[in-house]
Write a protein that binds this ligand. Structure first.
Ligand code: HEC
Ligand code: HEC
Length: 253
């Protein structure tokens, strides 16, 4: 938990989002040992989720017994670059959908199987495997005009003050990045490593879980997993991370 928060809350916060040249992944703010853990596939614990997801990719499910691989073939080919352009617009709901939502949509509509629960091992593993196929590729700019209102919605949520500490996401991640908060450095909140292996969790977790942690940190009531607010925030985070390389599976403290 962050102990110096009241100080931050009292401070007059000025400034804005990091200019493009200053855009930095949370990776850059980590200790060299943690960076090394992410960079070496043999020691990155997130790679276990990638392997698990590869096995699930081959498994048949639902009444028709269809596997992801049965329709999509090799994930390394068919899923390459996909995570770099998610969340994307979902014409069936008229709203943005994130990668986990898209995987669950296929699971229901194409396999006829029950959707995976939020933060379940299966959903995290499949999402990590799919996102891993974009590692090193730049996050794509949000070009679809249908997404524009939702980027704005995400920005509004990011800039809104929340919780007993009355702080916005922007107060920390746009205006205070690089500064220390308790024992942690405040990163710019880029979504490039997700799902991440977080040392504090001893597990892989989603971007929504990470955002829920921040909301609880400022003593706000976190949105539920899958809430439209989270998808809008994820989309806004994508728009402000444009050009940064996908890192999945990222490692974070
Ligand atoms: C009081 C400051 C503060 C506020 C307010 C805050 N965060 Fe954070 N956030 C942090 C810190 C510090 C970390 C680094 C991890 C930690 O807690 O050790 C972090 C980490 C993150 C990360 C992970 C980035 C990475 O490299 O993996 C994301 C994404 C994020 N925050 C999003 C948000 C969103 C969205 C909000 C608003 C709902 C928010 N944060 C509000 C301080 C804050
Ligand atoms: C019966 C065939 C079938 C099965 C089984 C299937 N999919 Fe799909 N999937 C599709 C089709 C067709 C599309 C694209 C058309 C659409 O929008 O539905 C798609 C789209 C996707 C996308 C979005 C790709 C993009 O470019 O935006 C992802 C991610 C995905 N599937 C993952 C999965 C995963 C993971 C599984 C296994 C849990 C799975 N799919 C099972 C047929 C299938």
């Amino acid at each position: 938990m962050w102990r110096i928060l009241p100080l931050l809350g009292a401070a007059l916060l000025v400034g804005g989002q990091a200019p493009d040249a200053d855009r930095r992944s949370g990776f850059d703010f980590m200790a060299p040992e943690t960076q090394a853990l992410q960079q070496d596939d043999a020691s990155n614990p997130g790679m276990l989720w990638v392997l698990d997801g590869e096995a699930l990719w081959q498994e048949s499910a639902g009444p028709a017994g269809a596997s992801c691989a049965g329709c999509h073939g090799d994930a390394a080919d068919s899923m390459r670059g996909v995570a770099a352009r998610y969340p994307t617009f979902d014409s069936t709901t008229g709203r943005p959908i994130d990668l986990q939502g898209r995987i669950n949509q296929c699971r229901q509509a194409r396999q006829g199987a029950e959707p995976f629960a939020a933060e379940s091992q299966e959903l995290l593993a499949l999402t990590t495997t799919v996102a891993h196929q974009s590692r090193g590729m730049p996050v794509e700019p949000v070009r679809d005009p249908a997404l524009a209102p939702f980027v704005e919605e995400g920005r509004r949520l990011f800039e809104r003050r929340i919780g007993q500490l009355d702080l916005s996401c922007a107060a920390c991640h746009d205006q205070r990045w690089g500064q220390k908060l308790g024992g942690s450095v405040i990163p710019q909140a880029h979504p490039t490593g997700y799902p991440i292996y977080r040392l504090e969790w001893q597990s892989v977790g989603s971007l929504q879980r990470r955002m829920r942690n921040c909301m609880i940190g400022v003593r706000a009531e976190p949105y539920a997993f899958g809430a439209p607010e989270f998808t809008a925030l994820e989309l806004y985070l994508r728009s402000r991370a444009e050009g940064l390389p996908v890192e999945t599976p990222g490692v974070r403290p």
